[in-house]
Unconditional design. Sequence first.
Length: 749
Amino acid sequence: MKKQQPIIIAVALALMLVLGYSAHAQDSKISIPKTSGKIDVDGRMDEPFWKDATKVDYRYETQPRINIEPLEKTTAYIIENGDSLLVAIVAYDSDPSQIQASFRKRDRIWGEDSVGFKVDTFNDERKAYNFFVNPYGIQGDSIEDDVLGREDSSWDAIWNSAGRITKDGYVVEFEIPFKVLRFPNTKGKKVWGIDFVRFYPRDYQHRFAYSPNDRNLSCVLCQIGKAEGLENIVSGNNLEITPYTAAQKSERRDPPVQNEWQGDGVEYEAGVDLRWGVTDNSVLGATINPDFSQVETDAAQLDVNKQFSLFYSEKRPFFLEGADYFNTQYTLLHTRNIADPDFGIKYTGKSEGNSYGALISRDQSTSFILPGPQGSSVYTLLDDNGQNVESDVAVARYALDVGENSQVGVMTTHRSAGEYENNVYSVDGVHQLYDAGRLRYQVMYTDSDNTEDMQQNLGMDPSTSGMGYRLNYGHSDKHWNWYLSRTEFDEDFRMDVGYLTIVGNSKDVGGLGYRWYGDDDDFFYEKKVKAEYSVRHFTSNNDKYEQIRELSMDLYGSLRSTINLVGGKRDYFFAQQWFDQDFFSVNGSFRPASEWKLGFNIDVSDDIDYRHIRPGEYFDYGLYTEWQVNDAWFLGADISETDFDVNDGQLFNALIFNLNTNYHFSAKSYLRFIVRYSDVDYNTELYSDPDQVSNLTRTSRQLLYTYKWNPRTAFYIGYSDNGFEDDTVNRFEKTGRSFFTKFSYAFQL
């Protein structure tokens, strides 16, 4: 009998694991009843149909404590009326005075109290729509891609919400029209993945949810609950037409050569965006003469002594819609490269595990990145008169869901203008090997026809081509993570509508990390350590030119604090000599008060003066703050100072400052003011160029008033200017100024 005990115990444990897993996997579905009632979205839940809605309690705290009873009670109510999914959430709070809520821009509610839900309409455990609101009903929505591990908050749907703080906490209501969702056009009952989530920020950032979270699984959407019902719902053709009209007066000058303002008077423009839900799961979008005057100014970045081109995020609405359908491990489509389009057409959709997207556009200017093994630059096509050259852009993507949480896909991009052409062809995949392990790969081929100017001035062949690939294996469970990857690009590889700054090299990386968790009374509730080794070789001769050994630690704790420490050694071969470099950085953030976030960074490292090929030392110090002054006023700012020293003294000193502030008159009306400032002092005695200026200051400002009924119906009026100061002028000089206004209205047919 004693010999059988280990067998009996093992069998019992196995049965417990199986039953435990089955209990979760077969968790009863949430039934979504139907009503004929209409909703007045006001956060009051006074419609009679709410008593017939399915009641769903939030059962777990999943962060920072793991799958235990939540600190506060939260209850959701769900029902549908044939046109919309209706959800109400009652968030109880034992001390409502601690609720953190304010009027904010859309998608900027994170860090405050908020509640919402995620819904996987295809029930394929790969993508989900996320809908959240804060206690004032301010919206945040996104698309979560569990295969690539990304969340795209640039997606903006038109839906209704409202919130109200009460003596017991707060109440919110959602109305999500089915026409903003994509789902299979099947008859009978539908099954959707669903989870309800609440963020409860106090000393820690608590997360409450309906579904538990197993950190030994590398997937998230595979763990959420299921909802059943939704018979006979349709998305409809959902034709949305958004015309706009805009007026702008811009003036420019070029001191000290040209001191008088030059301009063409007031310029008027009109255009239209179209969005048509062709089927329940596909959308056609088009734009004619798109205008992006309401886009905020890019944050200032330091561009001194940089090897590689700076990255700027896309912010324009047409390109953001459906952008997730073009995502791969590498950014084959970086739509900021389509700088000045006069039209665009996009079609995206998904059906029975097949997702697809196509984009066509014409760009009135043509600029792209020329990458290399140790640096990159931006090249612009110009005609014989020095004018911009138009180019045609076409992109297509197809992906197939395979197995559980796995995917394979193909993608191609094309750009051409006269004798110039660039094409990229790609095959990629993500495969869930087991619960905690994934294999990722991407293989790419490019061919290019280069202009005569590129051949003469850049030494390029008339036609070039190249291969590139990346192979990665990663394991991530509750405590351990490790990964191995191999990347290689030929010297002539380019993706001219994508973003890639380094080619002509191979890179091998290996890393090992461990994560552990503290007790409830520990200041830090989670800690991570990681070691990584990487090495690069030139593809031309297989010579090694970079080797990095790195250790890092991440800490998460009280005051909603995060701290990251990184240190290591880098051996780098550049301009026929080796540079031995040490580096160290620490950055972090915390909240000394609920409405105030403070962050910092310190970077100290050995570096290279790339212009004169000599060793240097890099020191960068920065602070940033986010301050919710009151319910209506938000203030955000960051400042950084960079010193770069060589053996003979300081080479340059740079100060970068960015200010963003918004004042909300209501949930729909706000005023925004932005300042971008950079000031660089150069030690001219240490520069070989006799024309090197001793100082360069740049400033840009933007003041914008917005009234936004929804993401696509809005009124804007604003002013912006920019200028500089250096050795050629004796004071700060404005070089550009602009007044603009725009009105757009979304007709939903």
